[in-house]
Design a protein around this ligand. Structure first.
Ligand SMILES: O=C(O)CCC(=O)C(=O)O
Length: 364
């Protein structure tokens, strides 16, 4: 029989889908008006995919030509993320002599001339590494300014709907089929435009947060030595902990059974929203939604996307989300034996732990 806490949460997941989200992501054939966007999507914190809103961007025809990108960015130094397997900002076992520990691993980041970086993205086998051109620090405006006239500096109807402020950050993502972004959430309203190739998103609303089994993991850093062509993964010193989603939605056939028994709320709960965003489409990814991203490259071997992060409103929805999170932190959910994990009956709130976690929460 289900524990009372689980039963209540399942009720919440179902109700949100019945009342608001339905069972698939809504599609719009053209750009919404600011009012429509605010009323139908931002206010209800509901994703949508919009076609024909960026057809006027020169980027759509220019960027798939890699020679155009290499010549326009021939003098640009860009941030390149390197990992052994395409999984950066993700959970990885850290071997140490005493015990095997799971850590939160960040990529080795190098600043390199764009043409070299692109070569590494396109030819992962050459150096036995996976390269992803990305940096979530406004990299498009900082590092790719030579491409600025190929797309809009902001998404006008979104800017108006979101209070008239320009995006806080605009980021460019150029990757191959091996790069994958693990489940996480951001405290931004995200307008994610695909320019070339396709991106596959798994999405879960903030109300499903207990299904992500968020835990604190020690932060570790890959370092890559081009001489030996090898990666080392080392814990950060001083030790730092990062709260992160434990669930890998695509476990290998060998680990599937064990993953499913460790994370039953994810694997036995409602299927995540799955959507493919194609070249020329924009995904509106509302703030605080959990997302996992994979990509299929175009004929040239890479997928290119640009996203606009707008500040979110820290309003009543944020307060509800924090309340849910506090239940998570106060319950014994994460402290129990993962193989028999059920929500505690009590779902008690531990105020001191809640406060201690607020800083981490803000950092996303
Ligand atoms: O495209 C990706 O790999 C990740 C995108 C993402 O996480 C974001 O836009 O917040």
């Amino acid at each position: 029989m289900l524990k009372e806490g689980e039963r209540l949460l399942e009720g919440l997941w179902g109700e949100v889908r019945e009342l608001s989200l339905g069972n698939r992501i809504q599609r719009l054939d053209s750009a919404p008006t600011p009012l429509q966007f605010l009323r139908d999507f931002v206010s209800p914190n509901k994703p949508c995919i919009i076609s024909n809103a960026i057809s006027h961007w020169p980027a759509l025809t220019r960027w798939p030509s890699l020679s155009y990108l290499s010549s326009t960015l021939s003098n640009s130094i860009v941030s390149l993320h390197l990992t052994p397997d395409g999984r950066a900002d993700s959970l990885v076992p850290l071997e140490n002599p005493k015990k095997e520990e799971i850590c939160f691993a960040s990529a080795h980041v190098e600043r390199v001339p764009f043409p070299c970086a692109l070569d590494l993205v396109l030819n992962p086998e050459r150096k036995n590494l996976v390269a992803y051109l990305q940096q979530q620090n406004d990299c498009f405006r900082e590092e790719y300014s030579a491409l600025a006239s190929d797309c809009d500096a902001h998404i006008p109807w979104a800017t108006e709907a979101l209070g008239g402020y320009l995006p806080e950050a605009v980021n460019l993502w150029i990757g191959n089929h091996l790069s994958e972004t693990s489940f996480h959430k951001d405290h931004y309203e995200n307008l994610y435009a695909v320019v070339s190739g396709e991106k596959q998103f798994l999405l879960l609303p903030p109300t499903d947060m207990h299904r992500m089994y968020i835990q604190d993991f020690p932060a570790a850093q890959y370092s890559y030595s081009s001489d030996g062509g090898e990666f080392r993964l080392e814990l950060e010193k001083p030790l730092r902990y990062v709260p992160w989603c434990s669930v890998n939605p695509y476990p290998s056939p060998e680990t599937k059974e064990i993953e499913m028994s460790k994370f039953p709320l994810y694997f036995n709960g409602p299927t995540p929203f799955h959507c493919t965003v194609k070249a020329g489409e924009i995904l509106y990814l509302p703030s605080m939604w959990f997302h996992h991203v994979r990509q299929s490259p175009d004929d040239n071997g890479c997928a290119i996307a640009i996203n606009y992060w707008y500040d979110m409103q820290f309003d009543i929805k944020y307060a509800y989300f924090n309340f849910l999170q506090s239940i998570h932190h106060g319950s014994r959910l994460m402290n129990c034996d993962a193989s028999k994990c059920t929500l505690s009956d009590e779902l008690c709130i531990d105020a001191s732990e809640w406060e201690a976690n607020q800083e981490d929460t803000k950092d996303g």
